[in-house]
Ligand binder design. Structure first.
Ligand code: SAM
Length: 295
């Protein structure tokens, strides 16, 4: 992509002198980690550690090891031992602060990396609805749950295929925690794909922002009073990030409260949330904000 491309010029205006470095970082390979499956027997975990001894320094993420070339392997209990993912995704799922017994909704769940973190957190009595509109991606999601979650826990995991907006209308005030990991521009993927670059225009990000807001408004309706929503994207576009959250705060006024999103190593504060950007930390991009429904 040359520097005259509308994509380049658009984000040059947004990021100013930071843009050339961020643009370069978006084109380098995404750093991922191998997250050890909590239900994996300990000898398997030990094997993973010794095979990949450089433990991640991310606080509170002692399950993470760098993913260089490591592949999931099946345990004797038929579960896979590691899930390869962006470390910032773990932070996003943990920002939900899931409590034992919670009723959870992962509104846009496939392929399921964040669902796995949520399922591990909800303890013996909770349940989770892992939803995704795309039938193909839902198949992948079902497979991931089958591969990583033991049967007795899977009994409390429901995979559904609704348009996320439906949860607001059909199940108001039903969930303790809602994760909305919204469909977004995903600029890293645009830069990998010539056709996506050819189609890109600023209207695309505006169109996505409108869809994201509808989903966030539905998440607001679906969560219980006192419950929590985490809104996230893998976009660098402020229109899809802080602007979407700002619109909810403006429209719902005293019914919502913005909570302080936890910042891990490599994260940076935006006006309303936290972002992990590849020019700063090597992983991401990933943005999230934490919202509580207060009335
Ligand atoms: N949370 C996932 C994870 O951690 O593995 C990644 C989710 S991805 C960013 C966004 C997902 O939203 C896609 O799988 C897409 O099929 C789904 N999606 C798009 N529009 C949707 C809608 N209206 N309702 C529900 N899911 C939707």
């Amino acid at each position: 992509m040359n520097t005259d491309h509308p994509f380049y010029r658009h984000f040059e205006k947004v990021y100013g002198s930071r843009w050339p470095g961020l643009f370069a970082a978006l084109q380098t390979r995404e750093q991922q980690v191998a997250r050890v499956n909590a239900w994996s027997p300990s000898d398997k975990s030990t094997k993973s550690w010794s095979q990949f001894p450089e433990k991640s320094e991310l606080p509170g993420c002692h399950w993470l090891t760098p993913a260089h070339g490591c592949q999931p392997e099946r345990n004797s209990d038929e579960l896979l031992d590691i899930y390869i993912m962006d470390p910032a995704s773990v932070m996003v799922a943990r920002a939900l602060d899931v409590q034992p017994g919670d009723r959870l909704l992962d509104m846009c769940a496939a392929p399921g990396g964040k669902s796995l973190v949520m399922i591990e957190s909800f303890g013996g009595e909770g349940e989770i609805f892992c939803n995704d509109l795309s039938p193909e991606r839902r198949e992948r999601l079902k497979k991931v749950i089958q591969q990583y979650v033991p049967r007795e826990v899977r009994n409390r995991v429901w995979v559904t295929g609704k348009d996320g907006v439906q949860f607001g209308l059909k199940e108001p005030g039903s969930f303790d925690r809602v994760l909305l990991d919204a469909p977004c521009s995903g600029e890293r993927h645009i830069l990998e794909n010539q056709a996506a670059q050819d189609e890109w225009s600023p209207r695309r990000t505006e169109h996505l922002a409108a869809r994201q807001y509808s989903l966030l408004a539905a998440a607001f309706l679906a969560v219980k009073v006192g419950g929590r929503i985490v809104y996230s994207t893998c976009s660098i576009s402020p229109a899809e990030n802080d602007d979407v959250v700002r619109k909810l705060l403006k429209k719902k006024k005293s019914a919502v409260k913005l909570l302080e999103a936890p910042v891990g190593v490599g994260g940076e504060r935006t006006e309303l949330g936290v972002a992990y950007m590849p020019d700063q930390c090597g992983f991401g991009p990933l943005y999230f904000a934490v919202i509580e429904k207060v009335e």
